[in-house]
Design a protein. Structure first.
Length: 204
């Protein structure tokens, strides 16, 4: 009986510490110190949530920068839940090779690039999560001329916007420079507040 009572007390104590006290303390701390990140890095437009800076969305209009391909259709599905997954295709997969070739051809054609253009790997390979919100600066630069023409903006102006939204490696040494596609596209719309927003993110 003594052992049973000790086990019950231990269960109650650690339930209170780990199941109640710790989550409450961390929630309060995160809301006070970095509330935006704690709430999902949500992106707002006209008072409405249009997405998260942490999740990719599909853009297909010529007046928007395009994200990486997604094997899970950017987490959109009939259940309304955000599903995260990669293609799980191995390096020797014929299907993977076909996908990459098709993605490369579509990117070159869609951006009116020379057929011998070296396309960055990130824009033709789906990410492991299917929800990577970033593309490489080079993938963004190759889209500048198309976006500028579609919006009747100067190439220099769009280039400046891409440079503004180019993030360096995290903490200065982790990862590679990257561009958040959703934040960049929202900034593009803010340059032209009176123009219709055809090609708005598919997922809102």
């Amino acid at each position: 009986m003594k052992v049973i009572l000790q086990a019950i007390r231990q269960t109650l104590v650690w339930t209170v510490i780990c199941g109640i006290a710790y989550p409450v303390v961390m929630t309060v701390f995160s809301q006070l110190v970095f509330p935006e990140q704690a709430n999902g890095s949500l992106v707002m437009r006209d008072g409405k949530i249009i997405g998260s800076a942490l999740l990719a969305q599909q853009f297909t209009g010529s007046n928007y920068f395009w994200p990486r391909p997604s094997a899970c259709t950017y987490g959109t599905g009939p259940t309304g839940l955000v599903a995260s997954s990669g293609s799980n295709l191995g390096p020797t997969s014929g299907a993977l090779q076909t996908n990459v070739q098709n993605n490369t051809a579509a990117f070159i054609s869609g951006n009116n690039l020379p057929t011998n253009t070296v396309v960055p790997a990130d824009i033709v390979f789906a990410s492991a999560s299917g929800l990577d919100p970033h593309i490489s600066p080079e993938a963004a630069r190759l889209q500048i001329a198309r976006v500028a023409a579609a919006r009747s903006l100067s190439v220099d102006k769009v280039t400046g916007l891409v440079q503004k939204f180019t993030e360096g490696p995290q903490w200065g040494f982790l990862g590679e420079p990257r561009v958040n596609v959703l934040l960049l596209n929202v900034a593009l719309d803010e340059l032209e507040p009176k123009k219709p927003t055809a090609g708005v993110p598919a997922k809102t």
